[in-house]
Design a protein around this ligand. Structure first.
Ligand SMILES: [Zn+2]
Length: 854
């Protein structure tokens, strides 16, 4: 489709001659409950100035039909003006009024205006999601972040519905079966940040009030909503409680009153991402409404996302990147603020930095070692590039580097810089230089060199301690060796750990220093007794992979779980996982560490990541000849820890889920079936609906769930979530027919929403069924270009990632991936990037297997 992929050059050109004064957008979604209706009426009137009268330009619009185009009273023929992606207009005046009337499509993929019908009660729900560029699926606009404008939305919807948008509504008119909601004009915002939520949502309301320094009061109406059928599970008090703590905290830190009036938070179905920071109208995936018991890690994760989105009201919404190259300007900050805020706002999630170090950073390490990695400030040529850059670099590495920046310039200079940045650039657009400018002012330091090393280069450094001792066991030299393509300045702490009288590994010394270049001597360490463990980057100040000297590694093998500090332990776990991924520690050694020490891991989030990693170690990184034994060891370990866990605890639930993921033998599967039927019980373990589906998945994947049994479970849980689990169970059955059906459901039809595409690919791709799925490797590579051309990018990304034959860990599959890459140099760069990354995962698995075999 011509022009569907807007380029940076085109956006720059358009911004150089246009200034937008405002949009009036009218949507009529009264047809939404009628499933046969595929479209809704959308009318945009945009008022804008042009500095070069006579010039031409275009609006972006992805719509099945355009009914009329009127520029300054002159009617244009839609048949010639609209090419399927753009509405072209010529002969611009200095001041212009342009109206486009179109029929836009309801979305099934979460891109644009998504329509969902609740299987429980038949109710219809709508919400929008646009980032980076899907507002054009709902109304005609200049789809780029730096053409900000006030938006005035008017939405006509079924009379029984409520409607929300970024601004509060000013008026509601009833007429027949419909009501028309007129919203106040927004502040100047970017197109991707506009939003509409409509439907018979369940709503909880509250209020936030704050006295400001000038004697006035800031009043923020709060609401939180979800589908009616989820209302019994909706803990709005907890959500709104975190919201209020966050509003207190960010006002204290940012010294700029929340600029968008009210604050609604909608939990919406079939959402593709975690959440979206639409000003005043944040949308979240509704899986954050917990309908069964979840561990505290899930509550912490949700609170983190609430604060992340709230930080965006300032970083991103008030001040916005000029183009997607500087996406990090909002995402790295919001990601950092999610964890920083959990501590600073005095929520109950006091282990937020442990989670960050152990889990969030794992995402960054993985992404940063792909051949496709990029600097935090990226080079984004077009919208497809932009779409793929919502990645581990932009979020987690960027946040890690900001954490390092705080260690480097101090938190006062950092936050004073943020305060100046908001005041100076309110309702505007910025680039890297604008941020460096304020930080240099407040820190008094030259940050260009720092930015060049940290923001404008890619890759992760490894830091390794080198320890020499004298005959009495005293340190004669402790040096920090730095590896990597680019050596960087690191502010780090070095932790020295020894066993105390009770055998616990405690920190006996901490030395903070600047590391630079390939080798840095830690002068303060000379003369100290050689400790059992030298932990570089203790307290997790910098972003690096931690390595160990031999003696420290030996200490971890016998005592990793004995480290008293939760953060230090999480760092050690993360480090041994990186060693495993890098083929420097055999996968079976990592599995042994997990089997030995996971049972004493107190942090529930860390425990859950150990489970996931141990499973990956066996499935992908272990010598194939040892896989069977490794799997049995994990299942035996899961069963043992499940029986020993405190009844009713989060840990017990985590081990029960891990048993479901690893169960293979008769004993384990027998217990799984017993738990489902009620014939077996584990004291304190409630086998609720979500756990039931985990158990069914174990049986289905082992070929021990009858189709009627799965159908009966769906009937008992005929919900959106139930349908998702049921689909995954069907796809997980170990038969050629089941695999063919899952493949076909995704490839041969474009009816499935993203959630069910995911359910099918996940069930299809059970690693232990690699013999059954092997014959899909060749068709996969043949299909890639067609999928990319024909499907939306959200769906394409799920298919390319989800069906990649990652379980075929052999040279032949690697060669097939290489052959595709060599044979398709002209394929879309974003598609090549996805294949390159999965290919790299496969090559990494082969290296790790070689290490495990040796
Ligand atoms: Zn974000």
């Amino acid at each position: 489709m011509p022009g569907k992929n807007l380029s940076r050059d085109e956006a720059q050109q358009r911004a150089s001659i246009l200034a937008v004064d405002g949009y009036q957008v009218r949507l009529d979604v009264t047809s939404a409950p009628d499933r046969a209706a595929g479209t809704f009426r959308s009318t945009t009137t945009v008022t804008f100035r042009c500095s070069q009268p006579g010039a031409d330009t275009f609006l972006d619009l992805l719509a099945p039909a355009v009914r009329s185009v009127t520029l300054n009273g002159r009617a244009l023929d839609p048949a010639t003006a609209y090419d399927g992606a753009r509405v072209h207009v010529d002969g611009l005046a200095a001041e212009n009024v342009l109206t486009v009337e179109a029929d836009c499509a309801y979305s099934r993929t979460g891109e644009g205006l998504h329509r969902f019908v609740d299987p429980v009660d038949g109710e219809t729900y709508l919400y929008t999601h646009y980032e980076p560029a899907d507002a054009r699926r709902v109304f005609a606009n200049f789809e780029q972040p730096d053409l900000k404008a006030p938006f005035t939305f008017t939405v006509t919807a079924p009379a029984a519905w409520d409607v929300w948008s970024n601004a509060p509504h000013e008026n509601v008119d009833a007429e027949g079966d419909a009501r028309t909601w007129e919203f106040a004009p927004t502040k100047p915002i970017s197109t991707y940040l506009t939003a509409v939520v409509a439907g018979p949502y369940h709503v909880a309301r509250d209020h936030y009030r704050r006295e400001l320094a000038d004697g006035t009061a800031l009043e923020i109406p709060l609401s939180a909503m979800c589908r009616k059928s989820l209302a019994p599970h909706f803990d709005a008090d907890e959500i709104l409680g975190v919201t209020k703590l966050g509003l207190d905290f960010f006002h204290e830190q940012f010294d700029y009153p929340y600029p968008f009036g009210k604050y609604d938070q909608a939990f919406v179905p079939e959402y593709n991402i975690g959440a979206m920071e639409n000003p005043g109208c944040v949308t979240f995936r509704e899986e954050f409404v917990f309908r069964s018991k979840v561990t505290d890690a899930a509550y912490e994760g949700r609170a983190n996302v609430i604060l992340h989105e709230m930080a965006h009201m300032w970083f991103g919404d008030l001040v916005t990147m000029r183009w997607w190259d500087d996406l990090w300007l909002k995402e790295s900050f919001a990601d950092f603020m999610g964890s920083y805020g959990l501590i600073g706002a005095r929520t109950r999630y006091s282990s937020a930095w442990v989670t960050f170090a152990n889990q969030r950073k794992a995402w960054a390490y993985r992404q940063d070692q792909f051949p496709t990695t990029h600097p935090i400030t990226a080079d984004i040529r077009d919208l497809e590039d932009a779409k793929l850059n919502f990645d581990g670099i932009t979020y987690a590495k960027g946040a890690s580097v900001l954490k390092q920046l705080v260690a480097y310039v101090g938190s006062e200079a950092f936050f004073e810089g943020a305060r100046r940045y908001f005041k100076r650039h309110a309702f505007g657009n910025t680039e890297l230089g604008d941020l460096l400018e304020v930080l240099e002012e407040t820190s008094g330091r030259d940050l260009r060199t720092w930015a060049a090393a940290w923001l404008q280069t890619s890759g992760v450094n490894a830091l390794t301690p080198q320890v020499t001792t004298d005959a009495e066991g005293r340190i004669t030299e402790l040096a920090v060796l730095q590896d990597g393509d680019v050596l960087r300045p690191h502010r780090i702490a070095v932790g020295l750990y020894d066993r105390d009288a009770d055998g616990v590994l405690v920190r006996t010394g901490r030395i903070e220093l600047d590391v630079a270049g390939a080798r840095t001597v830690v002068a303060e360490a000379v003369g100290l007794p050689r400790p059992a463990l030298v932990l570089l980057n203790d307290d997790d100040l910098t972003y690096c992979k931690i390595r160990f000297d031999e003696e420290s590694l030996a200490t971890l093998r016998t005592g990793l779980g004995d480290i008293s500090s939760e953060l230090a332990r999480a760092l050690a776990w993360s480090a041994v996982w990186n060693l495993t991924r890098d083929g420097l520690m055999p996968a079976r050694d990592y599995v042994a560490l997990v089997l030995r020490f996971a049972g004493q891991e107190g942090n529930i989030g860390v425990l859950q990541s150990l489970h996931a990693q141990a499973k990956t170690a066996v499935d992908l990184y272990a010598d194939p000849a040892w896989r069977g034994e490794g799997g049995r060891l994990l299942a035996d370990g899961a069963l043992r820890e499940l029986r020993e866990a405190v009844p009713g605890s989060d840990h017990q639930l985590a081990w029960a889920r891990f048993l479901a993921q690893t169960a293979g033998g008769a004993e384990h599967l027998g217990l799984v079936r017993g738990l489902l039927s009620g014939s077996a019980r584990i004291d304190g373990l409630e086998v609720d609906q979500e756990l039931r589906w985990s158990l069914w998945l174990a049986l289905a994947a082992s070929g021990q769930a009858a189709d009627e049994e799965l159908a009966a479970e769906l009937e008992a849980d005929n919900t959106a979530s139930g349908k998702h689990h049921y689909t995954q169970c069907l796809a997980a059955r170990p038969t050629a027919e089941a695999k063919a059906a899952a493949w076909s459901a995704v490839i041969d039809s474009d009816e499935l929403p993203s959630a069910l595409v995911e359910a099918n690919t996940a069930g299809f791709s059970i690693p232990a069924q690699r013999d059954l799925t092997a014959l899909y490797a060749a068709p996969y590579f043949k299909l890639l270009e067609r999928v990319w051309a024909e499907r939306t990018i959200e769906i394409s990304m799920r298919i390319v990632g989800g069906f990649f034959p990652i379980a075929q860990t052999d040279e032949q599959t690697l060669a097939e991936a290489d052959a595709w890459l060599a044979g398709h140099p002209e394929a879309a760069p974003a598609l090549r990037r996805l294949v390159l990354e999965r290919r790299d995962d496969l090559a990494r698995a082969l290296r790790a297997q070689a290490c495990d075999r040796a």
